[in-house]
Design a protein around this ligand. Structure first.
Ligand SMILES: [Zn+2]
Length: 280
């Protein structure tokens, strides 16, 4: 399994243009060099599990109640993305620190009491994939799938380095009664940076899970100097280092203590249509 993936990486490295792909193709943590097994990190942390609270689908009709605290989310990982109650900004968790990119563009550390309707988290155990220069967002996405061969499972990606034409958005906190996801789009703020250095954190979900999560890539960004961040709508990779972490398990946690969630009838919601327009 692992060997095949490595060969796959080598076989496609000429088209992939990952700078050092020849020397270090995809070797998922712990499998190539022996020692610990893949995903077995320190303590009880399972790095092969992606934890998710809520679903993308519940955001579509406006179920924006905060149903999980940041403190609880951080017991499931040191890396992640999400949004706050009422779609209060964009969350990116890096090295155990949960940053909130607010609607006004400010970046703050979210307290443990910060509530979220939707979030992903996992324990970081990334494997280097290679270096990359001068690629569009679409080219990066294609390359990631070609090089890793992970179309049919969940994985996380970190892209660190310099970017051009970074274009992000942050939602504005909505008040009850919440509007639908589509109606919040008019109140999101967008941010642009011609040149920026930072970390892009992406989660890939197979298309069959579209609705549970965002089918395809869901990307959040934070500049090292915190001058720009949020949900990454578009960008061009300038000079970056790419690392990947494969999951074999999705732990899906649902807000069963929330009556609005339990009572909602999802049958008439245009889940995939709304996600496509809101997340791209
Ligand atoms: Zn997002």
């Amino acid at each position: 399994m692992t060997i095949q993936l490595i060969e796959h990486g080598i076989a496609h490295s000429d088209t992939a243009h990952f700078g050092d792909a020849q020397e270090s193709p995809v070797a998922f943590a712990g499998t190539a060099a022996g020692g610990r097994n893949e995903g077995e990190t320190s303590g009880d942390h399972n790095a092969r599990t992606l934890y998710q609270h809520g679903t993308l689908a519940l955001l579509v009709p406006g179920l924006f109640d905060g149903t999980l605290s940041m403190g609880e989310l951080l017991t499931h990982g040191d890396t992640g993305i999400g949004t706050g109650e009422g779609l209060d900004g964009e969350i990116i968790i890096l090295h155990g620190t949960p940053y909130q990119v607010r609607h006004d563009g400010g970046v703050v550390v979210a307290p443990d009491s910060f509530m979220l309707p939707f979030a992903n988290a996992h324990w970081a155990d990334f494997s280097p994939l290679g270096d990359l220069e001068d690629r569009s967002k679409a080219e990066l996405s294609d390359l990631l799938l070609k090089t890793t061969g992970l179309d049919n499972t969940f994985f996380a990606v970190t892209v660190t380095g310099t970017f051009k034409n970074m274009h992000t958005r942050a939602c504005a906190k909505q008040r009850r009664p919440y509007p639908s996801l589509e109606h919040t789009a008019q109140q999101q703020r967008v941010f642009d940076a011609e040149s920026t250095e930072g970390t892009l954190l992406a989660y890939y979900s197979p298309q069959v899970f579209n609705g549970v999560a965002v089918g395809g890539f869901h990307m959040h960004y934070l500049a090292d100097d915190h001058t720009i961040g949020g949900h990454a709508l578009d960008f061009r990779v300038d000079k970056v280092r790419v690392a990947v972490q494969r999951f074999d398990t999705l732990q899906e946690h649902l807000p069963v203590a929330n009556p609005r969630y339990l009572e909602h009838d999802f049958s008439s919601d245009d889940i995939t249509g709304a996600i496509a327009s809101a997340e791209s």
